[in-house]
Design a protein around this ligand. Structure first.
Ligand SMILES: Nc1ncnc2c1ncn2[C@@H]1O[C@H](COP(=O)(O)OP(=O)(O)OP(=O)(O)O)[C@@H](O)[C@H]1O
Ligand SMILES: Cc1ncsc1CCO
Ligand SMILES: [Mg+2]
Length: 272
């Protein structure tokens, strides 16, 4: 396979502009920790976020949203019920939705909930390496709570199995990110080691990925573009940061200001 099978950084830049010009409405069922950063990341990228998780309204909201993200970070029974309702509604309406299986593998409740949601055929699954390995049912390092205990390349084989089983594009993040479907594996480089030291940065990326899926009919291209844009913005954000506490604000600033040149010089997309 050649690099031609992969979207380029310039194509990612076209999708970034499309998110800005179309401003998709993204419904977020996400955790208490990451809500504000997720909303700010979506706004900085040009999308409109709404945090909507009551069982009484999730289905109605799916009808007006362009995409949905389901993140199990702070799950409890009424939330899980709302997640299932929203995922089913998105499936029926043919709207793209992203599953973030936070902490899958850490407890049976998380693993069972993530598997139940994965069976509802998300368009894209985005998680760290330990979460993807556990969701695929492969053996490997269980997460340390919600943090990964292994590197992303260890999850590429399990991600491929998961993609075949669910039909989803699977994105694994870490020092190097990977996006996997039935036939392709893209590696995305960029970002910074300060990013995993700031909570919710991955969760917010799952929301951003839903915005890209809203404006692109190709979920593989959408996931690669979202991760590449985030890798570039993360790398720019870390430059001059005093430490992890500066990352959320600087990441939003970098996403807001990112142009084609900034994208080209701060991220790479290659075949893996
Ligand atoms: N060592 C690293 N170097 C560069 N970028 C990194 C590194 N670790 C993570 N990232 C980037 O940080 C972002 C979040 O990825 P990460 O794997 O930490 O998500 P996560 O574990 O789901 O985070 P959270 O659950 O706290 O939201 C991704 O864009 C990823 O590329
Ligand atoms: C720290 C934390 N705990 C549950 S969700 C969350 C946000 C990062 O995944
Ligand atoms: Mg996470």
């Amino acid at each position: 396979m050649t690099d031609a099978a992969l979207p380029t950084l310039d194509e990612a830049g076209v999708l970034r502009e499309a998110v800005r010009s179309q401003g998709p409405l993204v419904q977020n069922i996400t955790n208490y920790v990451a809500m504000t950063l997720s909303a700010n990341v979506l706004l900085a990228a040009g999308a409109s976020p709404a945090m909507v998780h009551a069982e009484e309204e999730v289905t109605d909201f799916v009808a007006i949203a362009s995409a949905l993200v389901v993140n199990i970070g702070t799950l409890s029974p009424s939330w899980v019920s709302a997640m299932v309702m929203a995922a089913e509604a998105a499936g029926k309406a043919g709207k793209p939705w992203v599953l973030d299986p936070v902490g899958c593998g850490a407890t049976p409740y998380r693993t069972e909930t993530a598997r139940r949601l994965a069976a509802l055929k998300p368009t894209i699954i985005r998680g760290n390496a330990s979460e993807i390995i556990a969701l695929a049912g492969a053996s490997g390092a269980a997460p340390k709570g919600v943090d990964s205990a292994t590197s992303a390349d260890a999850a590429v084989g399990p991600a491929r199995l998961l993609s075949r089983e669910t039909g989803a594009v699977v994105a694994i993040t870490g020092e190097v990110d990977f996006v996997v479907d039935a036939t392709r594996i893209a590696a995305i480089e960029g970002g910074d080691e300060l990013m995993p030291v700031s909570t919710g940065v991955g969760c917010a990326l799952s929301g951003l990925t839903a915005a890209y899926a809203a404006i692109s009919p190709d979920p593989f291209a959408a996931a690669v573009a979202a991760l590449a844009v985030y890798a570039a913005a993360g790398s720019i954000a870390a430059r001059g940061a005093g430490g992890p506490g500066d990352i959320p604000a600087r990441l939003c600033n970098a996403l807001y200001r990112l142009d084609a040149e900034g994208l080209r010089s701060n991220a790479t997309i290659r075949l893996a």
